[in-house]
Design a protein around this ligand. Structure first.
Ligand SMILES: [Zn+2]
Ligand SMILES: [Zn+2]
Length: 334
C-alpha cells in the first residue's frame, strides 16, 4: 500500500509508492567517471582563460592567484538596470502585467581547476565558495531593486548544467514569486497557530528521533525530510534560528561548508556522482530577522523524471522512503 505524507512546512503532500521502486542502489549512475583534465583550452572558467569571461564582479584571492571568482552570466536571464537603462516599474497591457527584465544573474566559479569538485575539494576551498555566496548575497541585498536572491547549483546535464567546470549561480529578481510567497505564508500560519518556527520544531524532532538524520555538527544538521519529494532529498539547516541567509555569521561559514562537503561526498560515493540541483531557500533580504522562517539548503538529486501527474498536480510520487535514504547515507563511508 502507498502512503501519503505531508510536509510540515510547505503543507505539500508526497505519495510514497515503494512497491514500484527499484532497489535503493539501482539509482546509482551506471556510467564510469571520466578522467578530467585540470585545464581545458576552451573552457572560459579555467585559470588562464579569464579573458574569455565578462568582467569579474568579486573574487577571493591568495597572492596573485584567484581561488573563487564571481562573474556576470554571459547569457543573463536578468540584468542590472544600469546596464539596460530600465526600471522596476510595472506596466499594464490590459489585462496583463509586465516589466523590464531587471535583476542580476551571476556565476560563482568554485575553483580555478576544471577537474575540481565540492566533494573532493579541501575544506578551505569549500569555505571560500560559501564566503562568496554570503558576500554576493549581502551586497545584492543592499539594492532596493531586488526582492529575492536565489543561490543554486546544477550538477550534471540532467540538472541543467551546460558547463562542466565546477560553478554555482545566483539570480536576484525584482519580485517575489508566488511559489516563495506560499512557503512564507504557510510558515507564518504555523507560527500563528503554535507560536514556534516550523523548521526549529522539525530540527528538534529530527535530532531526537534520528531516523532521518544524516549528519550533525555544532551548528548544522542534515536530514532527509519526512515528506521528501524525490529519492535522496536532503536538507542542510542551521540549528540556531536564522530566517535569512544574510544572517549566517562569518564564523559559521566553515561549519556550513563542512556539512555541505560531507553530504555531497556521501551522495557522490553512494550514487556515483549523481546529477542534482541544490538551492539556498531563504526569506527575501528585507524579511531578515523573521521568527517564522528558517533558511536552509535543499538538495534534489535528479534520479527520476517529473512526469504528467507531477506537473499537473504539484504532487510528487517518491519511490524510496526518506528513512531508507538517510540510513544508506549515514552508513556510507567517505
Ligand atoms: Zn574549466
Ligand atoms: Zn527556526
Amino acid at each position: 500500500m502507498s502512503i501519503i505524507r505531508q510536509d510540515l512546512a510547505s503543507k505539500d503532500w508526497t505519495i510514497f509508492s515503494t512497491e514500484r521502486a527499484k532497489r535503493p542502489f539501482d539509482y546509482k549512475k551506471e556510467e564510469k567517471k571520466q578522467v578530467k583534465k585540470e585545464y581545458l583550452k576552451n573552457c572560459p572558467f579555467c585559470r588562464g582563460n579569464e579573458h574569455m569571461t565578462p568582467k569579474e564582479i568579486y573574487s577571493i584571492r591568495q597572492g596573485n592567484d584567484w581561488k573563487v571568482r564571481v562573474i556576470p552570466n554571459k547569457f543573463p536571464a536578468l540584468q542590472a538596470k544600469e546596464l539596460i537603462k530600465a526600471t522596476t516599474e510595472r506596466h499594464i497591457k490590459e489585462p496583463y502585467l509586465y516589466m523590464d527584465g531587471i535583476g542580476s544573474h551571476e556565476v560563482i566559479i568554485e575553483s580555478p581547476k576544471h577537474n575540481d569538485s565540492l566533494p573532493i575539494m579541501k575544506i578551505e576551498q569549500v569555505d571560500r565558495v560559501i564566503q562568496a555566496y554570503r558576500q554576493r548575497f549581502i551586497n545584492l541585498s543592499k539594492s532596493e531593486d531586488y526582492q529575492l536572491i536565489i543561490i543554486f547549483r546544477n550538477n550534471g546535464k540532467i540538472a541543467g548544467s551546460s558547463l562542466e567546470h565546477p560553478h554555482s549561480q545566483l539570480v536576484a529578481t525584482p519580485f517575489v514569486p508566488s511559489y516563495v510567497r506560499t512557503k512564507l505564508y504557510e510558515a507564518q500560519r504555523y507560527f500563528d497557530d503554535f507560536g514556534t518556527c516550523v523548521y526549529c520544531d522539525m530540527i528538534k524532532y529530527e535530532l531526537k528521533n534520528r531516523e532521518r538524520l544524516i549528519y550533525e555538527n555544532d551548528n548544522f544538521i542534515a536530514f532527509a525530510p519526512f515528506a521528501s519529494i524525490v529519492p535522496y532529498n536532503i536538507i542542510i539547516i542551521p540549528k540556531k534560528h536564522m530566517s535569512c541567509f544574510l544572517e549566517l555569521p562569518e564564523n559559521e561559514t566553515r561549519s556550513f561548508a563542512h556539512s555541505l562537503k560531507i553530504v555531497l561526498s556521501k551522495l557522490y560515493y553512494l550514487l556515483n556522482d549523481p546529477d542534482y540541483n541544490y538551492v539556498i531557500d531563504s526569506t527575501p533580504p528585507d524579511k531578515s530577522g523573521e521568527r517564522h522562517y528558517h533558511w536552509h539548503l535543499e538538495i534534489l538529486p535528479r534520479l527520476t523524471t517529473r512526469a504528467g501527474f507531477e506537473i499537473g498536480s504539484g504532487v510528487y510520487i517518491n519511490t524510496i522512503m526518506p528513512e531508507t535514504c538517510a540510513r544508506l547515507l549515514r552508513d556510507c563511508k567517505i
